[in-house]
Design a protein around this ligand. Structure first.
Ligand code: PLP
Length: 366
């Protein structure tokens, strides 16, 4: 165990990202022979009782983390969160309906672009004028009567901004892309018609997209869209209409089990606040050497974005940090700067090592 730990990188990748060591070790232990079947979980039929029990267990655990809300179902889909950008309007924008969007950054932009290909859209609020470094004020949100839903991006992975609270949308279902912050803190799912997330940040490996939604929203997909793009296909077949990404679902079950062991969502939140607090404090106490990108009250618990005085210095930081064993600190290519992605599975020790490195870098180059 000690040897393994010392081999682990300080992994700040934006996604796919760090997974809990305990989960990787458990998966390793049962990789070749799953529960005495003489087979890997990857080698089993998805129609068999063994795989199905894992599949159902993952759904049950996810709902249990959310307090077993009445009327909600969990689906396992493929195609990443990017496919949800299209499936949502395809399923919900019938004749005369409008998809309303809150524009908060690069991922909200992509979701809206895709919806425009499918039907009528409306921008309900936007923080584009602040270059997406803050969240728009949603207190006087006015939605068209024809709104089929309001779509928000709970955490903008690239800019490093996160919703601190969600708008009340009355009868209009609130749909959230939670790809980069699902289960990072307690979640009152009853405020939402649907939340979805590509698994590869907070839930497991890539390959599966988790949808948690009110059953009645999922049940009523239009018959003219392709079968595999209807939520109702997945609902009525327990996400087993075709072959699911079985290994990824198995890993999601293990990751959610780990979250339970960590004290559930409130236990995870305490740890996330400690990690993010340490890094933001390092930035804020640097006398302006490091500058946080996001406005303070919109800062993300998951993606800490910051800049240095010049691009040359940022390049040097990226290079020196990598040489020192820190992985993935370069900002997204579309915005530059630096970014530490500190998802649930990134240990506090990685963050404190990074804070030390930042202090040392400042001493040498400040
Ligand atoms: C907030 C957000 N939404 C959507 C996506 C796209 O996810 P996928 O690659 O699973 O399609 C990402 C990926 O980084 C993301 O961070």
């Amino acid at each position: 165990m000690g040897v393994l730990l010392s081999k682990r990188a300080y992994n700040f990748n934006a996604g796919p990202a760090a997974l809990p060591l305990q989960v990787l070790e458990r998966a390793q232990a049962e990789f070749v022979d799953f529960r005495n079947t003489g087979m890997s979980i990857m080698e089993m039929s998805h129609r068999g009782a063994v795989y199905e029990s894992v599949h159902n267990e993952a759904q049950e655990r996810i709902l249990r983390l959310l307090g077993n809300p009445e009327g909600y179902k969990v689906l396992f889909l493929q195609g990443g969160a990017s496919t949800q950008f299209a499936m949502i309007p395809m399923n919900f924008l019938g004749e005369g309906k409008t998809g309303s969007y809150v524009m908060t950054g690069s991922w909200a932009d992509k979701a809206l672009k895709e919806a425009k290909l499918v039907g009528e859209t409306h921008v309900a609020a936007s923080s584009k004028e602040s270059s997406y470094m803050s969240f728009p004020n949603l207190s006087n949100l006015e939605l068209p009567e024809s709104s089929a839903y309001l779509h928000v991006t709970s955490n903008e992975t690239i800019e490093g901004v996160q919703f601190q609270s969600y708008p009340d949308t009355g009868n209009v279902p609130l749909i959230a892309d939670m790809s980069s912050d699902i289960f990072c803190r307690p979640l009152d799912i009853t405020k939402f018609g649907m939340v979805y997330a590509g698994a590869q940040k907070n839930l497991g490996p890539s390959g599966v997209t988790v949808v948690i939604a009110r059953e009645e929203l999922l049940a009523d997909s239009p018959g003219h869209i392709p079968t595999m793009l209807r939520y109702s296909t997945f609902l009525s077949n327990n996400s087993l209409y075709n072959t699911p990404p079985s290994f990824s679902v198995y890993m999601v079950n293990e990751v959610v089990k780990w979250i339970e062991e960590e004290g559930g969502l409130s236990g995870i939140e305490v740890k996330n606040r400690d990690k993010a607090g340490l890094l933001y404090q390092t930035i804020d106490n640097s006398g302006g050497f490091y500058k946080g990108c996001a406005e303070t009250e919109s800062r993300s618990l998951m993606n800490v974005t910051f800049r240095l005085a010049t691009e040359e210095l940022e390049k040097l930081f990226a290079k020196e940090s990598e040489q020192a064993g820190f992985i993935g600190l370069k900002g997204h290519r579309s915005v530059g700067g630096l970014r530490a992605s500190i998802y649930n599975a990134v240990p506090y020790e990685s963050c404190s090592a990074l804070a030390d490195f930042m202090g040392d870098f400042q001493k040498r180059h400040g």
